[in-house]
Design a protein around this ligand. Structure first.
Ligand code: CMP
Length: 131
């Protein structure tokens, strides 16, 4: 996902350019806004964390771009491309270092395993929206 802060700040094009230049194929993509229920479900794994309420409020604060990306070693390579969760700790040149605001408003989300990528892909897209 390209998160609401990056959308609001006009970074959709620049972020997609970095993603496609890094060799990712876009298998599915949409511009949408999460409901409170959507965001609570998507981030259910974090529901006991102190930042959960703030995260849900942020993720529903405006539209997002969601996508399914394909590449050899996609999960690991995408996490390297986006950088650490906290943009202050993200390496130079990474998407979060370039475009994130802070640890909550951190510009993008990437799946942390192939298993979660399949679950998260199915959360955003039906089978006939995936190419
Ligand atoms: P994301 O990679 O989408 O996964 C969980 C999100 O919670 C994270 O990015 C941030 O947007 C948000 N978040 C806010 N505070 C924290 C924190 N202290 N640690 C981890 N994630 C946080």
């Amino acid at each position: 996902m390209i998160k609401p802060d990056a959308v609001r700040n006009g970074h959709i094009g620049a972020i997609l350019e970095k993603i496609t230049s890094a060799g990712f194929k876009i298998a599915a993509m949409k511009y949408t806004q999460l409901s409170k229920r959507d965001a609570q479900e998507f981030y259910a794994i974090h529901k006991e964390r102190p930042f959960y309420g703030e995260l849900v409020a942020f993720m529903t604060s405006g539209p997002i771009v969601s996508a399914i990306l394909e590449k050899e070693n996609a999960v690991e390579d995408f996490r390297a491309l986006i950088g650490a969760t906290n943009p202050e700790e993200a390496a130079e040149g990474t998407i979060r270092r370039l475009f994130a605001t802070d640890i909550t408003e951190n510009a993008v989300h990437g799946s942390d395993s192939d298993e979660n990528a399949a679950i998260e892909g199915a959360f955003h897209f039906s089978g006939r929206e995936i190419y």
